[in-house]
Each structure stands twice: as structure tokens, then as C-alpha cells.
Design a protein around this ligand. Structure first.
Ligand SMILES: [Zn+2]
Length: 261
């Protein structure tokens, strides 16, 4: 117990030191880790860790190239913020609290599927943005700049499927569950990620840079404040991520109840 808590604390401190997370982000991650451990034991922590470590590594991977393409949000340079941690882990936190309040195996499935969604989403964005072909925007029905929400590429879609499958397959191994349940988690994560793309296309705010005229999701570009051209002001990328992890979790919970009945 002390050993595990020390491990979570160490990883949180390292995250702040290496600027993977901001200070507030790493404190939030620590609390998230402790509650998840309390609810779902070390296996739950492993799922959180798989999401966190692969996302961090993929964000760093070919960073120079991604910066050229303007895919990075300004916050990412200082590490992921408290809100970004909650956007990806908030739904899992709700599942953990649900399980601690009203113990039921369905919470574990919901929990894993929220991380399958978050992993699919991060892998899709971080790998998809490197696609040589321009991604296709599902609402505007045309090819757009890489890195914009609401756009899909075949590379990003494959990455999403692999990310969701990593969590589904790990769940199967960690909990010695059936392959059907593992597949159900992976499938829900993939659908959750698709919901993320739909929300991104229809609701998320988009900005244009007054200097270079490029479309972006950042509030600042080329050192100047950008102009909002589309979307609802409250519908940020964080809210999109949070909503889609909830959807991924609900799909898996529904499938689980259906399979078990
Ligand atoms: Zn610009």
C-alpha cells in the first residue's frame, strides 16, 4: 500500500519535473491515481499508467515535426494542465467513485472503456497528425490542415483502433476476463473516439490566426491572439474529450449489461 502510494507520488513528481504535466495537473493526477487504486486496485492503476505513459511518449514523439504543423495546443508545451487531466481521466474518476459508492462489476468495465477512449483519441491525434495525406473533415466534407478536430485520416483511424485495443487486451490479461469483454472495451473506446471526432466537427470552437491565416484550435498563434470563427465558446477540446470518454464508458457499460443478461 505505502509502496504503491509512493510510486504514484514519484510518477506525479517526475511528471511535473519533466513538464509532462503542469504542477496542478500532476497534483490532480496523483489524486486520480490514489482514488483509482482504491477502487480498482493495481490493475486499474496499470490501465491508467498505460494511457498516461503511451500518451506522454507519443506527444514527445516527432515533436519538432508536429510543431511545424501547428498541431500542438499552446498548453502542451508547459505540460498537460489540470483541465486536460480531468478531460481524459474525469470520467474514469466518476466510475471509480461510482464503484466505491455502489459496488458493481459494471463500473470496472466503464472505467476501462473511458481509458480505451482517451487512449484511442490521443493515439489518433498524435500519430494521425503525422499522416502525409491531408485529413478529411467529416462535416465540411473536404480535406483540411492536419491537427484540426473533426478531421480523420486512415493513419489516425488505425492508431485509434490500436490504442483502444491495447487497453482492451490489457484488461483481458490483467483481470483474467473473457476475450469478449476485452473486445467490448476496445470497441467502445473506438466508438468513443468516433464520438470525439463528431463533437469536434460539429461543436468545438475553431480559431483563425490573424497573422498567418491558418485555422487552429489555439487561443494564441504566431504570438498573437487568434479570432474565433466557429463553435460554442464553452465547447473546448477538454469538454469534447470529457464527453467522448463518458460516451465510450456508457457504450461499454451498456454492452456489458446486455452480454451478462
Ligand atoms: Zn499564425
Amino acid at each position: 500500500m505505502i509502496f504503491i502510494l509512493g510510486g504514484i507520488a514519484l510518477l506525479s513528481i517526475l511528471s511535473a519535473l519533466f513538464k509532462w504535466l503542469t504542477i496542478a495537473g500532476s497534483i490532480t493526477a496523483f489524486i486520480l491515481g490514489v482514488i483509482i487504486y482504491h477502487a480498482f486496485s493495481w490493475q486499474g492503476l496499470t490501465i491508467l499508467g498505460l494511457f498516461f505513459i503511451t500518451s506522454t511518449l507519443l506527444t514527445k514523439w516527432k515533436k519538432d515535426k508536429k510543431q511545424d504543423q501547428d498541431a500542438l495546443h499552446t498548453e502542451d508545451k508547459k505540460g498537460r494542465s489540470l483541465l486536460q487531466v480531468l478531460a481524459n481521466g474525469g470520467a474514469a474518476l466518476l466510475a471509480a467513485i461510482g464503484h466505491l459508492t455502489l459496488s458493481d462489476p459494471v463500473w470496472l468495465i466503464v472505467f476501462a472503456a473511458t481509458f480505451a477512449t482517451a487512449t484511442a483519441d490521443t493515439w489518433a491525434s498524435e500519430i494521425g497528425v503525422l499522416s502525409k495525406k491531408r485529413p478529411f473533415h467529416i462535416k465540411e466534407w473536404k480535406k483540411v490542415e492536419p491537427g484540426l478536430s473533426g478531421a480523420i485520416s486512415s493513419l489516425g483511424t488505425i492508431a485509434a483502433a490500436l490504442g483502444a485495443s491495447l487497453i482492451g487486451f490489457s484488461f483481458y490479461l490483467l483481470y483474467d476476463s473473457s476475450i469478449t469483454i476485452g473486445f467490448c472495451i476496445a470497441f467502445s473506446g473506438f466508438l468513443g473516439n468516433f464520438a470525439d471526432t463528431l463533437f469536434g466537427a460539429w461543436f468545438e470552437q475553431k480559431y483563425v490566426c490573424s497573422n498567418c491565416k491558418r485555422e487552429t484550435e489555439s487561443h494564441v498563434h504566431c504570438g498573437v491572439k487568434t479570432i474565433r470563427i466557429f463553435g460554442y465558446p464553452f465547447f473546448t477540446n477538454n469538454l469534447v474529450n470529457f464527453s467522448s470518454t463518458i460516451i465510450g464508458g456508457l457504450i461499454a457499460g451498456g454492452l456489458y449489461v446486455w452480454i451478462m443478461s
